[in-house]
Design a binder for this molecule. Structure first.
Ligand SMILES: Nc1nc2c(ncn2[C@@H]2O[C@H](COP(=O)(O)OP(=O)(O)OP(=O)(O)O)[C@@H](O)[C@H]2O)c(=O)[nH]1
Length: 371
């Protein structure tokens, strides 16, 4: 289903992408204090996001609302350029009423789809158009050690039809290994029980190769990923590593025994980047597009209908244009084929003429010799 960079490199059509690099958009959602900011900075290995200032007591009780902030960073992943856009959603889950937050996040995701829909319907495409669709959403679960909260279930359920949702447990070092395992297990039971269609590293035993099946089932078994973030470097047994130092010991960000950070990072930025993008385009966006266009056909609300009527009109012009272009192309191909055939026949004729001339000359010479 997915392609690691090594396989991508083998595909001619994608070689260009390797040079140009890849664009990827990641949204991070989770209650305040779950470690989103630290995770993003750890992922990018730089202070891309600022930690919130909680020193101002006067503002501490304000309902913060949500603010959606896209930030772009250029990363180098084993020599491959990744233009990563991080969409942070600070404030989610901090309010008593989170409905507005839900709507803002869904609204943001759908707006990016609407932009593509409008662009696809244009007769003349904008060469500078930027595709801002979100390819994966990391949902940060608080390390309570209990189970999913109602708000977690609600959010993941509502967002999964629009984006690849990947659940993660933030600040995973707050739990012992045993507690973490049990917590992960309960979360996945809830995901199954509530039929939440998260991104579960899909594979097809009939169609996918053994390596893909093995890798995807390993990653699936890690869900939800246990995250430890830190933008500090510490020294452990003489090695300088990214981690968190405690009086009783240290936890290392990149140590697979301590955290799933490394495996999540490489899935997002390398092995599953293409798969996440393809699912976003071929499945999530296509579903949205069908829903939106069929809403118009079946009536829909007034605002949508007027919007879609325009979309539909330009869509049908575009389809006709495309049909014409295809027919022209076909005609041009036939013309070329006929020209090629005429040329071949002419060449054949010329060579036959020449052979005839040679024969005549030889006959004439033979006649002369006889005389
Ligand atoms: N123990 C532990 N603490 C962490 C970890 N990641 C972040 N923290 C700490 O948790 C606190 C909150 O981290 P942030 O990264 O600011 O969390 P956030 O979800 O972005 O929170 P807001 O900025 O309030 O939206 C900070 O004091 C971090 O140092 C982690 O993996 N383990």
């Amino acid at each position: 289903m997915h392609l690691p960079f090594s396989s991508i490199a083998r595909l001619g059509g994608r070689r260009k992408n390797l040079k140009k690099g890849f664009q990827f958009t990641l949204m991070v959602v989770g209650a305040s204090g779950t470690g989103r900011t630290t995770f993003v900075n750890t992922l990018c290995n730089s202070r891309v996001l600022q930690q919130q200032d909680y020193d101002n007591a006067e503002q501490a009780n304000n309902e913060p609302g949500i603010s959606i902030k896209p930030i772009s960073v250029e990363l180098d992943e084993d020599g491959v350029r990744i233009s990563l856009t991080i969409v942070d959603t600070p404030g989610f889950g901090d309010n008593i009423d989170n409905e507005r937050c839900f709507q803002e996040i869904v609204g943001y995701l759908e707006n990016q789809y609407d932009d593509i829909l409008a662009e696809e319907s244009r007769i003349k495409r904008n060469p500078r158009f930027r595709d801002n669709r979100v390819h994966a959403l990391l949902y940060f679960i608080s390390p309570t050690g209990h189970a999913l909260r109602e708000i977690d279930i609600e959010l993941m359920r509502r967002l999964s039809p629009r984006v690849n949702v990947i659940p993660v447990v933030g600040r995973a070092d707050s739990l012992t290994p045993q507690e973490l395992q049990e917590f992960k297990h309960r979360i996945m039971e809830d995901v199954e029980h509530y039929s939440i269609p998260i991104y579960n590293f899909p594979y097809d035993v009939e169609e996918d190769d053994e390596d893909t099946i093995e890798e995807n089932s390993e990653l699936r078994a890690l869900l939800p990923f246990a995250i430890i973030g830190s933008d500090e470097e510490i020294v452990v047994n003489g090695r300088t590593v990214r981690g968190r130092q405690y009086p009783w010991g240290a936890v290392e960000v990149d140590n697979p025994k301590h955290s799933d950070f490394g495996r999540l990072r490489s899935a997002l930025l390398s092995s599953h980047l293409q798969d996440l993008k393809e699912i976003t385009h071929d499945f999530l966006y296509e579903n949205y597009r069908t829903e939106k266009l069929s809403r118009t056909v079946n009536g829909g609300d007034a605002e949508d209908a007027s919007l879609n009527a325009e979309d539909m009109a330009s869509q049908s012009v575009r389809l006709k244009e495309e049909q014409l272009r295809k027919e022209e192309e076909k005609l041009r191909e036939i013309e070329l084929k006929v020209q090629r055939e005429i040329q071949e026949k002419r060449a054949e004729l010329l060579s036959k003429e020449e052979a005839l001339r040679n024969l005549e000359a030889r006959l004439a010479q033979a006649q002369l010799a006889d005389e």
